[in-house]
Design a protein around this ligand. Structure first.
Ligand SMILES: Cc1ncc(COP(=O)(O)O)c(C=O)c1O
Length: 406
């Protein structure tokens, strides 16, 4: 039995069966590369689903983790926590927002945003307002409130009754958004680019209409930047592509460079919706997570990684478009921004994923049948070339097999 098979057997026996897992146990990473338990090497274009944006084992992330381990891993929010305060200051300065709340995941950050939007409306706008408009095809998390905010019934099935107060609209349909606003609405919540839904960007017209509606009706504009945030799309925050300023944004994934952390940022005015006791998290903003996140943020800014994502993204998209011309029967259009890229597939995405994996490239399939590529923002041109070569070989194999009828 291979080491990977041993891990798979142990998982099958003891871990709750909530994930459809691939037959791969990753045990080590370095930059864009990872290794499995049997010593095979892969290029990682999944990065823990947009988490390892600085690549694996970035020396400054490793150093920040060691520093926290040598000084203080955890202390309660009953006390002041210096790296937490510094991280809040840095995030607010970079985003233009006023205050931060820290938690441990994307769902928790969105849960905090939902609670703040409701409480702000109740206390400061109109006590009758509680509804939040979200987009069909969105993904906001797996807690009861965030799975309800998620505009995809497949994630909600079996968990009814769902919390009240969520309304769904088709993405990029301004008229439908206008129509959905009622006297009960308190906020509109959007991903700048839908990730799990299949890499669907919001149009500028749509985001600007959302901002306008929020201003006209006294609603809050919330951006879920859990996947798009922190350089992934070619700007530090996805909303910066749209020339609008949100009232609330949420972050997680890449913020901790692999250490779990989530954050919800709000304007100074909206942050007044919370007071001591309104919301909390035991681990939220602890010295380990915030110390590491502060270093992640510094690396992103100092190494100009959003710009790099923009540049490398263009390169990768041009290579993918060339592949689509070569395999029109297999690949459709390419979407996304920076290094958050989706390609429509006309063949079985799972088969392509497995072929690529067997040749040493990790990719991901989302939405209806969309290949999603999320390489680290530190990815090199040589690594992009190698990844595209592996995709080319995988597609050639699948297209030939389909033509031969096997
Ligand atoms: C846009 C978005 N929001 C929220 C989440 C949930 O984050 P988490 O899994 O950290 O709870 C995800 C996860 O994929 C996401 O992509």
């Amino acid at each position: 039995m291979s080491k990977t098979d041993q891990v798979a057997a142990l998982t099958a026996q003891h871990v709750m069966n909530t994930y459809g897992r691939l037959p791969l146990a990753i045990v080590k990473g370095e930059g864009t590369r990872v290794w499995d338990a049997d010593g095979n090497e892969y290029l990682d274009f999944v990065t823990g689903i947009a988490v390892n944006s600085l690549g694996h084992r970035h020396p400054r992330v490793v150093e920040a983790i060691k520093k926290a381990a040598d000084t203080l891993l955890h202390c309660s929010n009953l006390y002041h926590i210096e790296p937490q305060a510094r991280l809040a200051k840095a995030l607010c300065e970079l985003s233009g927002l006023g205050r931060a709340f820290f938690c441990n995941s994307g769902a928790e950050a969105n849960e905090a945003a939902i609670k703040l939007a409701r409480r702000f409306a109740k206390l400061h706008v109109d006590p009758e307002r509680y509804e939040i408009i979200t987009a069909l095809g969105s993904f906001h998390g797996r807690t009861l409130a965030t799975v309800t905010a998620t505009g995809q019934p497949k994630y909600q099935k079996g968990f009814e009754p769902l919390p009240a107060g969520f309304v769904y609209v088709p993405l990029n349909d301004v008229a439908a958004l206008e129509e959905a606003v009622t006297p009960r609405t308190c906020a509109i919540m959007l991903e700048p680019i839908q990730g799990e839904g299949g890499v669907h960007p919001c149009t500028a017209e749509y985001v600007q209409a959302a901002r306008r509606l929020c201003d006209e009706h006294g609603l809050l504009l919330i951006f879920d930047e859990v996947q798009t945030g922190l350089g992934r799309t070619g700007k530090l925050f996805g909303f910066q592509h749209y020339d609008v300023q949100p009232d609330i944004i949420t972050l997680a994934k890449a913020l901790g460079g692999g250490v779990p952390i989530g954050a919800m940022l709000a304007t100074e005015r909206v942050a007044q919706g919370f007071e001591p006791g309104s919301h909390a998290s035991t681990f939220g903003g602890n010295p380990l997570a915030t110390g590491v996140a502060l270093e992640v943020l510094r690396v992103l800014v100092e190494e100009r990684l959003p710009e790099r994502a923009e540049h490398m993204g263009r390169l990768l998209v041009s290579r993918l478009e060339a592949l689509a011309l070569k395999y029109p029967e297999a690949l459709g259009g390419t979407r996304g921004r920076g290094l958050m890229i989706g390609v429509e597939l006309k063949l079985d995405g799972t088969e392509l994923l497995r072929e690529a994996m067997n040749r040493g490239l990790l990719i991901n399939v989302v939405g209806t049948n969309v290949m999603r590529l999320l390489p680290p923002l530190t990815v090199t041109e040589q690594e992009i070339d190698r990844a595209v070569r592996i995709l080319d070989e995988s597609l050639l194999h699948l297209v030939r097999r389909a033509a031969s009828g096997n």
